[in-house]
Write a protein that binds this ligand. Structure first.
Ligand SMILES: Cc1ncc(COP(=O)(O)O)c(C=O)c1O
Length: 447
């Protein structure tokens, strides 16, 4: 088949065929009533598949040229200096948190027993790294219908042990970054933005609009399929702080001191002439370890998919906003029974979903069961109240390992009364209209 072709011609030929295959067999299927409507799904075309195959034909496998391209393009998209591609959003959160434990940060380093302010209404891996390390998460309540931290309780949460605040922008709705930034500055705390559900969301701070994830000290993203863009599995850590970037890269890449990418040596020109620890002078820099690290790199095939997705991000964001607005308009009639979501002031969210909280007398399980029975997929606000989950059983019993400020009343309410439906870019108006009709019907059912 490849007779008389150069390698480049053969590659082009394969990629063209892959493009045709994708258009023919993976083209968007039209939705009809009775088909299930997922809360989210990957949205892609031949460009993602061609990039993936291009990368596999190259067979570099580990991080390589697509990874470098993606890291550059993603940083430039977010208008931030440094980005590191990793293998999931949870890995991104782990790295962001562990970066703050580096001895290179001296007295600002988080030590076991130090406290980190967060919320319990969210995804577990925003909090898990704190517990795994032996830091103490301090849970503050959230507000409804923003589903983000109640900033009026921040001062009550802070002690001399507090070192950081780590929070997600819930379902794409930015938390009050203006207040959090000044709180963190006042108390000299780090701020980590878990931006896994909010890529493309914007926030106006000190008069200028910025992307969420780029306002605190470190931001994180997830590229798991339901998220704002995907590469199957994947994530990113980003920062404007060169020292934090250096630490993140070290921790991501086995804890090493050297910054040479996979397959390249001696970029700094000092591979064999420096002194580290108590190693002999000139010990190979490639094998010098400044941290107890991990290996959380993604493959170049994931990055290749990401390079195609990033070009579509603006369109994805626009559609998420339009779909949210459509549902918001159509569901005004349910306002007496369901609390509709509200964007944080000074924000322009790229919504991950459309959260709804049942008012008194409305049974969430009835509403959710009706939606599911009619093919509209629903989701909980992740862990509900994380401290009530089985992973907290031992700590709850002993009454140690975490602290709660106030009574987490809204967090419990979210656990009991809140659910959400999707707004992902692959939906169309017909699907959204059906979802709204079924939600209204469900309210009638759930009264
Ligand atoms: C807020 C938040 N943070 C982190 C994650 C973890 O991302 P991943 O599934 O890529 O590990 C998720 C997952 O959906 C999430 O919703």
């Amino acid at each position: 088949m490849f007779e008389n072709m150069t390698e480049e011609e053969a590659r082009r030929h394969i990629l063209e065929e892959v493009g045709v295959y994708c258009d023919k067999f993976h083209g968007q299927k039209s939705w009809k009533e009775g088909d299930r409507i997922s809360y989210a799904s990957r949205v892609y075309d031949h460009r993602e598949m061609m990039n993936l195959v291009d990368s596999s034909l190259e067979f570099w496998l580990t991080s390589g040229r697509y990874t470098e391209k993606f890291e550059e393009e993603f940083a430039s998209y977010l208008k931030i200096h440094h980005c590191s591609l990793v293998n999931s959003g949870s890995s991104a959160n782990l790295l962001a948190f562990m970066a703050l434990t580096s001895p290179l940060l001296e007295e600002r380093r988080i030590l076991p027993g130090d406290e980190v302010i967060t919320v319990a209404a969210g995804f577990p891996t925003t909090v898990a790294p704190m517990i795994q390390y032996g830091a103490i998460p301090v849970f503050v309540d959230v507000t409804i219908p923003q589903y983000n931290i109640d900033v009026t309780q921040l001062e009550a949460a802070v002690t001399e042990k507090t070192k950081a605040v780590m929070l997600a922008h819930t379902l794409g709705n930015p938390f009050n970054l203006q207040e959090l930034k000044s709180f963190c500055a006042r108390h000299e705390l780090w701020l980590i933005e878990d931006n896994c559900d909010a890529l493309g969301s914007e926030y106006k701070i000190d008069g200028s609009w910025k992307f969420t994830g780029t306002i605190g000290d470190i931001g994180t993203s997830s590229f798991y399929p339901p998220h704002h863009m995907t590469m199957g599995e994947g994530g990113a850590v980003y920062t404007d702080n060169p020292l934090l970037h250096k630490i993140v890269r070290s921790l991501r890449d086995w804890g090493r001191e050297c910054i040479c990418p996979s397959g390249r040596d001696n970029l700094c020109g000092h591979r064999f002439d420096k002194q580290y620890g108590e190693l002999p002078l000139g010990y190979d820099h490639k094998y010098v370890y400044s941290h107890f690290g991990y290996n959380l790199k993604a493959t170049d095939m994931q990055a290749a998919i990401g390079c195609a997705q990033i070009e579509k991000l603006d369109e994805f964001t626009k559609l998420r906003r339009e779909h949210f607005n459509f549902l918001n308009e159509r569901l005004q009639g349910a306002k007496g029974y369901l609390i509709l979501p509200e964007a944080e002031p000074n924000s322009n969210p790229s919504w991950f979903g459309f959260p709804l909280t049942c008012r008194e007398g409305i049974e969430k399980n009835k509403i959710v069961s009706h939606l599911e029975a009619k093919g509209v997929q629903t989701r909980m606000l992740f862990a509900g109240n994380l401290t009530k989950q089985p992973c907290f059983d031992a700590m709850r019993k002993k009454g140690e390992g975490y602290r709660v400020v106030g009574d987490l009343r809204n967090t419990d309410r979210i656990m009991n009364e809140t659910f959400w439906i999707g707004v992902y870019p692959g939906m169309n108006e017909e699907m959204l209209a059906y979802m709204a009709d079924i939600a209204l019907e469900a309210v009638e059912n759930g009264k």
